[in-house]
Design a protein around this ligand. Structure first.
Ligand code: SF4
Length: 406
């Protein structure tokens, strides 16, 4: 697979943080050996994050992001800092770029504490290494992953890359869509409706990723629309190991195949890959006791083009009001609100998160857990609403058991 065909959400995220004018942009340019980022001596030249990808040894495809300085000035500056720090949640490896000749600031120390509290891999890139080193800072960073960099002479760059590769095992990797679910030479059927909601001339990202994963696992794949499923299924001489369907046609698919045929949905595969399937199942169980008139937050991770029968903003609220409570109110967002506001919600419903990393989704789920807000995702809610949930999660024993205990 070429680097450009690896979605950004699948690449290891490496993010540069630091004060203004510590050499973050020069370091990014030196890593890529070209001028990607405008470099100047004027503090605050990098206003918005810049991202660029490369192959990096054992780490595979990685995306480096340069961010605005912690100490960016003015009202716009504080917005940029907020945006930069939000990147901690989506970064797999953080690099604090700091001058070796100046004392550590409270922002830098707070940043290190934040990363340590999240137990995320961190590298300290200590720039201006040609100048006399600040003794206190050297002592402070002694036990961390420290690399000295001279951006002018371009020294320390290869050492930094080696250090990144050495952290490979500390990076939490996303599982692949069908990991642990199939074996070599299995036949898998993918049901992909082509309706007005389908993008013109292509398949959606979860479908493409699942096809690629099945090919990597030496499986055979039969891709069809829900209308053709019964016709082809009845003609098969080998039983498919698994059928994976779009959530929206789950009911039809389940009705067209034998009851003992293993079946799940793309959405459930991605709930497991990107999020916390067990917490989502707990969220489904909480629907039995959810209060009347509950306020529900639907979170979509990107602003995709909305259809008339949009799943998150139209179909799910309608189903919820039909099945659970006609007085419930729904609000929609692309990210979580502040904790005080968050506590007003009785339930959060996440999209599949195909465009964001697992780190982003897990961090979101952790904040929901901390604030006592149960959470489900689209696919699980649809499967449950259609009475198909036990069947759709049968292939995941731990989560199946959690559901059964309810
Ligand atoms: S599932 Fe979420 S991230 Fe993926 S396209 Fe829909 S809204 Fe965007």
């Amino acid at each position: 697979m070429s680097l450009t065909s690896v979605p950004l959400s699948e690449q290891i995220r490496i993010v540069f943080f630091g004060l203004r004018n510590t050499g973050k942009s020069s370091l990014m340019n030196n890593i890529f050996e070209k001028d990607l980022v405008i470099v100047s001596d004027t503090p605050g030249t990098t206003t918005d994050p810049v991202t660029r990808s490369m192959e990096l040894g054992k780490l595979g495809p990685v995306a480096f992001t340069d961010t605005a300085g912690f100490d960016d000035a003015g009202e716009l500056g504080s917005e940029r800092i907020k945006k930069s720090l939000e990147r901690i949640n989506s970064s797999d490896i953080s690099i604090l770029v700091t001058r070796s000749d100046t004392p550590a600031t409270k922002e830098e120390i707070a940043f290190i504490d934040e990363i340590r509290s999240k137990e995320r891999p961190l590298i300290i890139a200590s720039t201006y290494s040609d100048r006399p080193k600040n003794a206190e800072k050297t002592k402070l960073f002694r036990d961390l992953n420290l690399v000295y960099i001279d951006n002018i002479k371009k020294t320390g760059i290869e050492e930094l890359k080696d250090k990144l590769v050495s952290l490979s095992s500390a990076v939490i990797r996303e599982i692949t869509p069908v990991e642990g679910l199939v074996d070599e030479k299995d036949l898998v059927i993918l049901v992909t409706p082509i309706d007005s909601a389908a993008p013109k001339g292509r398949l959606i990202l979860p479908q493409v990723e699942t096809i690629r994963d099945l090919l990597d696992k030496e499986c055979a794949i039969l891709v069809l629309k829900e209308r053709e499923l019964k016709y082809f299924y009845d003609k098969l001489t080998i039983k498919p190991r698994l059928i994976i369907t779009d959530s929206q046609v789950f009911t039809k698919v389940a009705a067209d195949i034998p009851e003992d045929q293993a079946l799940t949905s793309f959405s459930i595969l991605f709930a497991r890959k990107k999020g916390d399937l067990a917490y989502y199942i707990e969220g489904i169980k909480s629907l039995n006791s959810i209060k009347k008139g509950a306020k529900i937050l639907v979170i979509e991770s990107c602003s995709h083009r909305k259809q008339e029968e949009d799943i998150g903003t139209v179909k799910i609220p309608r189903l919820y009001r039909q099945i659970i409570d006609s007085t419930a109110t729904f609000e929609f967002a692309h990210a979580l609100p502040e904790a005080e506001k968050l506590k007003e919600y009785s339930l959060a419903i996440n999209c599949a998160g195909c465009m964001v990393t697992r780190n982003v989704m897990i961090n979101r789920i952790n904040v929901l857990k901390e604030n006592g807000v149960p959470c489900v995702n689209y696919g699980l809610f649809l499967a449950w609403a259609n009475g198909l949930l036990p069947r759709a999660i049968e292939r995941f024993p731990r989560e199946y058991e959690i559901y059964r205990q309810g």
